[in-house]
Design a protein around this ligand. Sequence first.
Ligand code: PRP
Length: 214
Amino acid sequence: MSITIALSKGRIYDETVPLLAAAGIAVTEDIEKSRKLIFETNQSHVRVVLVRASDVPVYVEYGGADLGVAGLDSLIEHGGQGLYQPLDLRIARCRISVAVRNGFDYAHAVKQGARLRIATKYPEIARNFFAAKGVHVDMIKLYGSMELAPLTGMADAIVDLVSTGNTLRANDLVEVEPIMDISSRLIVNQASLKLKQAPLRAIIDAFASAVSKN
Ligand code: PRP
């Protein structure tokens, strides 16, 4: 029974490799150097497909992949429908925060009840956060380089992932309010879990055991 695993390049992939190894799975090519999207592994029935981070939940929901590793940020934006989420892998940990241009008095603007323009790749997370605070916002959806939005005057603030804080510092932005901690989760297609129970359970259990040792 063949198994397809959806992963995305970058931070999440690097930290997923040791978990795959714990399940006895190794990708046989260097994915960072390749333009291919489908990769064989040392196990003939297991293959890896590379998709954009925000598309991992979509591939798993619609059965393009049986399981995947997705950031909580992507999962919340997706909605999580049709996905079994058995494990917090505790990898690719960072936070999602509000950041503004150095010098912008965010606390004052919030206190005054000002309407804020928020640029973000995470409108769902941002909308929920500001709604709970009772702050009125206009949402500007972006797909990357959010740091530019306050610098060009397009937005008052951004909602973005912060890990080391280097990207914010390099662009003269400051983190003013954390929203939530983020880590990556294992997600599984619900139908696959029924149809391919044994091989999927073996992978989930191996991941769980590796995570508990980390
Ligand atoms: C995220 C985020 C920031 C950066 C923050 O981007 O959008 O640009 O990481 O990390 P830092 O605090 O360590 O500087 P990511 O690398 O996930 O890729 P993306 O630009 O495609 O979102």
